[in-house]
Structure formats: structure tokens, C-alpha cells
Design a binder for this molecule. Sequence first.
Ligand code: C5P
Length: 410
Amino acid sequence: MNDLAGKHIVLGLTGGIACYKSAELCRALIKEGATVQVVMTEGAEHFITPVTMQALSNRTVYHSQWDAREANNMAHINLSREADAILIAPASADFMAKLLHGRADDLLSLMCLARPIESVPLLIAPAMNREMWAHPATQRNVVQLQSDGAQVLGVGVGEQACGEVGDGRMLEPAELLQELVAFFQPKVLKGQRVLVSAGPTYEAIDPVRGVTNLSSGKMGFAVARAAREAGAEVTLVAGPVALATPRGVQRIDVRSALQMQHAVQAEAGEASVFIATAAVADWRPASMAEQKIKKDGSGQPPTLSFVENPDILASLAQSTRARSGALLCVGFAAESEALQANAQAKRLRKGVPLLVGNIGPATFGQDDNALLLVDEQGTRELARSDKLSLARQLVCEIARHLKTDFFQKT
Ligand code: C5P
């Protein structure tokens, strides 16, 4: 994908061992379509050379406010006026303290102070030892920087270069990339709380076997990511899948349909939107054998009996909150034929205002999909594309539904 196509990012590096990750970050930004101008402090140059950053960004690196390459000798003005965003990664404790006071004795701090605050966002990825991060001075500075209009992206937890373990690591390049991409997405779900169900369920037959399906969870995870990018607070109830949690999304792992129902019901009271992408098993074994069911040599397979699982979506769509318009329920339908007719019928049967149809065998496990949106007005096709792009389009459609009279928040 080219989520940063046309964006010009000023990537600022300050002194910290996390500078080694900024090389990877620079590559990732460029791969995503951005152009990158690197600006380094003197401290950063102790950790990584400008040569590395120049080679990766394909632009000469700036570090001095006296840089004679600029005809007007105002690198701080010129560089900040060209930027769509300034990302400081890593941001040292000292640099954050400096920004906070509006000090400007090197090019990077000068440029941050000189940036047009309304049009050039400043994103900060702190990196420091856990004690430095936890220090009241740093925490105070984070709060103040945020109220001065910067976005502080948070830190990772884990082993630190100093050998200690805790908060304060710089976020990984892939996480920072996700944050930057999210930053540029329109905030059409700001203020909403979105609950998403995703993946298959697993219905145990005995301790080693069960009934499941081929849902990979990719569409649901993409929907959760897109909703978070659009400014919503997102909870993702996930069946057994091997996927990374999208940044900023709260994830609850479940296995069976009953567990999924329990988790969804517990979260639904707080939600304003429920998007049911999960491929919930229709039936589960009537009882789970406590021990592994063994062959008995007779050649007779065991007889399994099944009971129907509750319909999580239909029962939520029937709830008082959904009927009063406080909870917008969106369903998915994985069909194998006659998509339009089946999806329209399913929308009515489930009692949901918006149903998203797709062809199951053509999407399970794939990275792309094609969707058919079905609502009261009719149907609309979303052409085959990667799942994240489709999820973003779906999120816009959901935002449009939220704006209609019926779904105005009570
Ligand atoms: O009936 P069907 O399984 O085709 O319906 C699909 C839609 O209903 C999806 O949105 C799915 O997440 C939801 N569903 C559910 N609970 C079930 C079965 C389906 O929430 N037991």
C-alpha cells in the first residue's frame, strides 16, 4: 500500500540508542510512499551517521542552523514549511524538555519552534531509560507537550539497551509507521466506541479436537484498525487467529461462540457501533468429551450430536439499545453464491441496518476482498481491493449511517 503517498515527512533524530531503529523507520516511510527529510541533532550523530540516513532517505541530512546550502540561510523555516508532519524519533528526555521551554539552540528544536502549529503536526516518539521515562519531570513534560499541540506517541515496554526492563523503549518502526498512517486518516468516528468481533470460533469436541472454519480474521482486524484510525475507541473480540493486534486497539481473545457472546455482551453496553465480522460456528457439539475420544477397533465412528449456537449479532440487534438507535449493528455475510439476494435477505433476518456481503471462499485467508454493502436504500459494491482499504471505506459508510436521524446519539 501507499498510505503516505504525497506526504513529506521531516524525520528528526535526537541522541539515543534507538537511533538504530530510525534507519528502518526511514525505509518504512519511503516504502509507504512518503518523501523523508532527515534532521539530526549532534547527539544523534554519536549513535548513527548522517551517511546512513542520507543513503536511506536519498537526501542530504541537515543538522546545523548555519547550513549554507539554503540560499536564505533559514533551514528551520524552509524545512518546516515543506513538511506535512514532523516526526521526532527518537525523542530524548532532554530534547522533550527543550521543546517544552521553547528553546531553539540547534536546527531541530529551532525548526519545531518555527513550525506553523496549525498546519504542520509534530509527533514525538520518546525513547529513554525507564527511570527517566517515569520521572515526574518527564511525565510533566509529556502532558505539557500534548497541551502545546504535539502528539506524544507513547513508548514500548521491555528490555532496554541499559539492561533494565520497563517502559521507555522507542516504539518499533512498524508501530510508528502505523501511528503516522493513522494520523493522516480522516477522523470520521471520533467520539465513537466501536466493538468488533473477528475470526472463527472453535467448538471443542474433546480436549484435542474441535470444529472450526477457515476465517483468518484479516477482514475483522482491518476493520478494527480502520475504526481506530478514524478516531474511535475500539475493542476487538477475536476468535483463535494468528494476527497482530492493531495499534491502539483493545483485544479480548476468545475461543468458542459462547465465550464470544459473553465477551461481546459484556462490552456492548459501552459501544455505539458493533461490527460483527466473526465467522461464528453455527453449531457446537452438544457436550465436550472430557477425555480424547479413541477408536475402539469396531470400525464404527462416534456419533456426535450438535446444538445451535446463539446468534450474537441478531440478539444484539434486538436489544433495546440497538432499537433506540444508541447501538448501530453491522453484520457480515459470507456467501458462496447469489450474494445480493442472500445478503438482502440476511439483513432483514438479522434486523441490522447495514449488512456487508462477501463471497466466503474468495476471501477466507486472502489479503484482498470485494464487498457488497446492503442497507435500506439499496446495494453498493466496493470493488476488489486490499482489506484495509475496504475497511476504511466501510468505516466511512458507517459514519454516514451514524449521522442519519435514527442513529443520532441519544
Ligand atoms: O447467519 P450467518 O452466520 O451467515 O450470519 C453472519 C453474520 O452474523 C456475521 O455478521 C456474523 O458475525 C454474525 N453471527 C453471529 N453469531 C452467530 C452467527 C453469525 O454474530 N452465531
